[in-house]
Write a protein that binds this ligand. Structure first.
Ligand code: SF4
Length: 258
């Protein structure tokens, strides 16, 4: 598979499927993504490796919902690791199996933290089904499992009008987790965009002016955390990450359609 390469980009993010078990208020994910077959995903990962990418993010939708026959997400991670990638899983954590923290092939899990406590986080991160609350508590359990296993973590936060006052609490949470031994690799702060299955139509409710977003990120960067804090002005595009998915059977590269 021939992969176009932008030499300024070092990280390849692959969207495995559109399906998700959450209905986040700000979700920018596009429902038009194909679900990859195992062979298709492996061919794509091989192409990405040959094109020069060395860091891979497996995402969706929710990647833990991905399966193809007997194959599960962990099988994709093991294949990617066998090629030589640093492998990250970008997940909401709900459908990770027991013992996920010891999965072979995975270097880091990327978990969302959109509030310093359950009230704000769960108001933005809504679990589909009869029990919409509880995601904050679940993320804490997943993080604790990773800390016990010495598994690396990355944290992502979508900054909106509704959680902008959570920053100090989130910084305290990061410090507390580091003190407990968490191997936090980075904290990504994304600016909400009114696109995708959740974000479309939510700009009045959730939108944050660019200057305010930058100021909040500046405070987070100045907090002296022992890992990088990244400001992500555009959650669909990045100067260091290239995105890959299939739509209608065709490989798509770059920012998602808006
Ligand atoms: S933002 Fe929420 S709804 Fe969208 S893919 Fe991620 S977990 Fe699912």
């Amino acid at each position: 598979m021939e992969i176009p390469l932008d030499p300024s980009k070092t990280i390849a993010a692959v969207f495995l499927l559109a399906k998700c078990d959450m209905g986040c208020t700000f979700c920018a994910s596009d429902l038009g993504i194909d679900r990859l077959g195992f062979g298709q995903a492996c061919a794509l990962m091989k192409g990405l490796w040959e094109a020069g990418y060395r860091i891979l993010v497996l995402g969706g939708g929710e990647p833990a919902l991905w399966r193809d026959g007997e194959k599960r997400l962990v099988d994709l991670a093991v294949f990617a690791k066998g090629l030589g990638f640093v492998v990250q899983i970008n997940t909401n954590g709900i459908r990770l199996d027991e013992g996920f923290e010891n999965w072979p092939g995975v270097d880091r899990f990327i978990f969302p933290m959109d509030g310093a406590g359950a009230a704000r986080h769960d108001s933005l991160r809504v679990v589909l089904g009869s029990q919409p609350d509880g995601h904050y508590g679940l993320v804490q359990e997943r993080v604790e499992a990773c800390v016990r296993a010495g598994r690396g973590l990355t944290i992502g936060t979508v900054l909106t009008r509704k959680n902008k006052r959570e920053l100090t609490g989130l910084i305290d949470w990061m410090r507390m987790r580091v003190k407990q031994g968490a191997d936090i690799h980075a904290w990504h702060l994304y600016r909400f965009q009114a696109v995708g299955r959740g974000g479309t139509g939510a700009s009045v409710e959730l939108g944050l002016p660019s200057d305010e977003f930058k100021a909040i990120c500046g405070k987070a960067k100045a907090a002296g955390l022992p890992f990088p804090v990244w400001r992500r002005d555009d959650m669909l595009r990045s100067s260091t990450v290239e995105y890959f998915w299939f739509q209608g059977g065709e490989l798509q590269v770059g920012g998602q359609a808006q």
